[in-house]
Design a protein around this ligand. Structure first.
Ligand code: HEC
Ligand code: HEC
Length: 275
């Protein structure tokens, strides 16, 4: 065990310091299509940036555990991001690489990579609008529960840009008009549910997290297919499923309440048909 920890830490540090991209994903020409309110909705409800980076975006201790190590997410308020260009932010969300070309860790880039240019533009507008805060000192010191599964190739989401699960195309997902359609539901699921429910949406243990965390549930046809649309919407808003069982990890009552009905109905239409 001791040796494998050292080996995997070296492997991790080596991988993390490697420069892997040297291009930027242009966002400037889409900025006029973004909206502050939409950005706030994505950051606080759909993608929940605030759950990891803190309500004030000053950074947050998201993991502190003997096996998983310590991960303190960085400050992403204007105090920090003022030094980043809009393209720097877009490239991080789309490709999972920082301005110095190295790979980012733990950021759910396999979700944000699928955001449309308009959604990313909205996020940038919102990120630039919040008050700057001093925040806390970030720390990325992952333990063996994170680095070993990554080194073995079973936890690609840990360093998504390194592990090949990022679409390396220099284009954005086309913009989809919000509407109650399976296409829009699939967009929402890919951009905000797969991080925990898995790429197949069948649920299971969330990689890298301590074993005492609840497993994510199956949210495909076999999991929620027997629920009505009303039951699904009510479940997402209340955090209590149709069997009356409350579930954890779905954010604060505020987050749940603020999902738009249109989004939940589109999600239901899509998810209840996923085999
Ligand atoms: C699961 C937790 C998590 C969520 C959710 C999350 N982030 Fe992060 N984010 C991180 C961690 C951890 C890092 C630090 C990664 C590193 O340094 O390798 C990070 C890094 C960043 C950085 C780079 C900052 C820097 O100084 O290097 C930006 C910008 C960022 N996140 C923006 C966002 C936005 C916008 C969202 C919502 C769309 C978001 N994050 C959602 C965990 C998260
Ligand atoms: C931060 C991780 C995370 C994210 C993101 C997430 N979920 Fe979950 N979800 C979970 C976990 C873990 C459970 C099971 C919790 C428990 O058993 O207490 C769960 C449970 C559920 C349930 C209840 C299922 C049941 O049978 O009781 C539904 C429905 C659900 N999630 C839908 C979604 C949808 C739709 C999205 C995307 C919009 C989503 N989740 C995003 C982690 C997450």
């Amino acid at each position: 065990m001791g040796t494998s920890v050292i080996v995997s830490d070296k492997y991790f540090l080596h991988k993390r310091s490697q420069k892997i991209f040297d291009f930027k994903i242009g966002i400037e020409r889409y900025l006029a299509e973004g909206s502050l309110l939409h950005g706030q909705h994505i950051a606080s409800v759909r993608n929940r940036c605030v759950e990891c980076h803190g309500q004030d975006l000053g950074g947050r201790r998201i993991i502190d555990h003997l096996g998983s190590g310590v991960i303190v997410s960085p400050n992403i308020s204007p105090r920090k991001l003022d030094r980043w260009s809009n393209d720097d932010i877009a490239t991080l969300l789309r490709m999972g690489v920082k301005p110095d070309g190295t790979a980012v860790v733990m950021m759910p880039v396999y979700e944000t990579q699928h955001l449309s240019a308009q959604d990313i533009a909205s996020l940038i507008i919102w990120l630039r609008s919040v008050p700057p805060v001093t925040g806390i000192e970030p720390k990325i010191s992952p333990g063996p529960f994170l680095t070993i599964p990554f080194a073995l190739g079973v936890f690609p989401a840990f360093m998504p840009a390194e592990s090949g699960i990022i679409r390396k195309k220099k284009v954005y997902q086309p913009y989809l008009e919000p509407q109650i359609s399976p296409t829009y539901g699939s967009y929402l699921a890919r951009t905000s549910c797969v991080a925990c429910h898995g790429l197949t949406l069948k649920g299971g243990w969330i990689p890298g997290l301590p074993r005492n965390w609840p497993k994510a549930k199956d949210i495909t046809k076999t999991g929620i297919g027997s629920w009505s649309e009303e039951e699904f919407v009510a479940t997402m808003k209340s955090g209590i499923n149709p069997a009356g069982i409350p579930f954890k990890v779905h954010g604060t009552p505020e987050i749940k309440k603020n999902f738009y009905d249109l989004e939940l109905r589109a999600l239901y239409l899509y998810l209840s048909g996923v085999p």
